[in-house]
Design a protein around this ligand. Sequence first.
Ligand code: NAD
Length: 332
Amino acid sequence: MQVAVFSSCEYDRPGLQQALADIGHQARFCVDALAPDTVSFAEGCQAVCIFVNDRADVEMLEHLSAAGIRLLALRCAGTDHVDLPAARRLGIAVTRVGDYSPHSVAEHALLLALALARQLPQAAARTRAFNFALDGLVGFELHARTVGIIGTGRIGTAFAGILRGFGCRVLGYDIAPNAGFDACGGHSVSLAELQARADVISLHCALNAQTRHLVDAAFLANCRPGLLLVNTSRGAVVDTRAVTDALQSGRLGAYGADVYEREAGLFFGDHSRDAVRDPLLSELLAQPRALLTGHQGFLTDRALAQIAASVAESLEDFAAGRALRHRVPDSG
Ligand code: NAD
């Protein structure tokens, strides 16, 4: 079977190529995102493999369906960029990578929290300039602090386990509380209690209608002043305007993010020479207490191998006509 892989990068191409070749399928790689002007790349293929910023809305799914695509294999965990009811109506099965190392993202959340708590970006900039003065670099310890986790699924629970090792009090909120989270030493509480008590809040919920702009000005007003906020989930869970304003006013102590609500078309590429830059992101990045990485929480050797293996399993199941192990519920 031929598979069109969109938004492919140097880091994921060899692993995917090998994993698919091992089971007798051929990958065709396109560096561009899936879009109306690139969709023809999938012609002659039976399956398409996409990543987080490839939008599979109803119009795109209709294009894919007309091109004979019957399997959309996501090489990510989130499904917010796919119109699942439309896929179901068009008979396109959707699979995702549900089982890759949650520690890849959980450790990245920890990295952002620690770097901001200890002012690492400022400290590194100083030492690089041979400035070894410590004034202005007083940090805080995570030990004995209260950390609130919103979204206590796989990644949120892995993060709770790490934080227990740091001696943190770990609170969690989820619309579907997870017993595994409490078994890891976390305490499930209401969202209001989490906001009132947490010194650090880390977002690990899925992006959906309820969580879009969950963190806005009103949310931040109900949190502790000086809060350290971390977002490794999806950019649109946070209202970036509100977070930037809160950093500027000092209401929010620090913001560490791996995602940005307008990252599509920007992240995963080199835009350092673009004449015009996203003004909101520029404003956020100008804040000394903001730290951003370009959606790399998943980018570890182990997670990449698991992603390639999971995509291969989906193709194997699909080609064999059996139940799809990684099928997204509610898809075709
Ligand atoms: P998961 O499905 O195990 O957990 C997501 C949790 O969000 C679930 O427990 C769900 O009940 C909860 N949730 C849904 N709506 C909610 C709401 N309104 N309020 C509170 N909680 C709500 O997923 P996961 O594997 O733990 O991944 C979590 C998120 O991390 C993904 O959805 C994805 O957006 C993001 N992610 C980011 C990266 C990265 O590289 N930065 C990589 C993988 C996943």
